[in-house]
Design a protein around this ligand. Structure first.
Ligand code: DAK
Length: 260
């Protein structure tokens, strides 16, 4: 699939995915959602050789200012449900991706943009970043998993307030609420994301994947996250990586993980 709205760059095993609709503050239209689905579901789905993915927005003003409001007027109940389900499925692809995905939030992350950032495994915000779920201003609710993930990250108390008022919070508040991992000056944003991916890339790749799966299992009501942790802990102990990692610690040397 040829991409119109995604810019892809790969350097030293790190893929940077830039949402590139700067004039619309990188709003997520259906074309972009299809491209994201293809990118995570097909293009890089089987890439074992990468360290991870950074998602960011074009320009210095917005990460993503929401779902594309200009496409909303054509929605009815059926199309709305369909759009919501497909959108959730795209964000599950990101949340379940086998390598770390980091949102480098370079400005507004509103509505679907905040939801996209929350589907990533970690979030780094530039100092000008603003987060919010302003859907109630439009008479709708978050439709890409926001009602669930915002509670997971910041708790029911503040999540309820943000979703009911539509208020935005700044990067400092997002950090203190636990919505983002770090706040850095805008010019340091990508370096911080790369630094994190370089660090996770020194760990056992299978272990990283199992951390992702186990964390995701915690939030699935049809699956007992504690039980999944037991299973996956057992699975990691059978890997060569585990023997290498534990052996390296005991021998006081750096582990050389092979992903086996
Ligand atoms: N969609 C489309 N265009 C947008 C946009 C958006 N979300 N946000 C901004 N733009 C466009 C503006 O229309 C403007 O385009 P032109 O008028 O120049 O053609 C351009 O980007 C620059 O925006 P502004 O001129 O407004 O820039 P300002 O600096 O004055 O304001 C702002 C920046 C971010 C505060 C403002 O643009 C704003 O409030 N934007 C809307 C933010 C918002 O409400 N976002 C949430 C969208 S609702 C669902 C699935 C998903 C969702 C819900 C349901 N189902 C399937 C059920 C998710 C919903 C949302 O995300």
């Amino acid at each position: 699939m040829a991409y119109q709205n995604l810019l892809i760059a790969e350097d030293n095993g790190i893929i940077t995915l830039t949402l590139n609709r700067e004039k619309a503050l990188n709003a997520l239209n259906q074309q972009t959602m299809q491209e994201l689905a293809d990118f995570f579901g097909n293009k890089i789905a089987d890439r074992q050789d990468i360290k991870g993915v950074i998602i960011t927005g074009a320009g210095e003003k917005a990460f993503v200012a929401g779902a594309d409001i200009k496409e909303f007027l054509a929605l009815d109940e059926g199309k709305g449900r369909d759009m919501s389900q497909k959108g959730q499925d795209v964000f599950f692809l990101i949340e379940r991706f086998h390598r770390p995905v980091i949102a480098a939030v370079n400005g507004f992350a509103l509505g679907g943009g905040c939801e996209l950032a929350m589907a990533c495994h970690m979030r780094i915000a530039s100092e000008n970043a603003r987060f919010g779920q302003p859907e109630v201003n439009l008479g709708i609710i978050p439709g890409y998993g926001g009602t669930q993930r915002l509670i997971q990250y910041i708790g029911k108390t503040k999540a309820t307030e943000l979703m009911m008022t539509g208020d935005m919070i700044n990067a400092t508040d997002a950090l203190s609420l636990g919505l983002v991992n770090y706040v850095v000056p805008q010019e340091a944003l990508m370096d911080k994301a790369i630094e994190l991916l370089e660090k996770t890339a020194t760990k056992g790749p299978i272990a990283i994947q199992k951390v992702i799966e186990s964390i995701n299992a915690y939030f699935q009501y049809d699956e007992d996250g504690f039980a999944r942790e037991v299973t996956e802990f057992g699975n990691t102990t059978t890997t060569e990586d585990f023997k290498e990692g534990a052996g390296a610690f005991i021998e006081k040397r750096k582990a050389d993980f092979k992903g086996k």
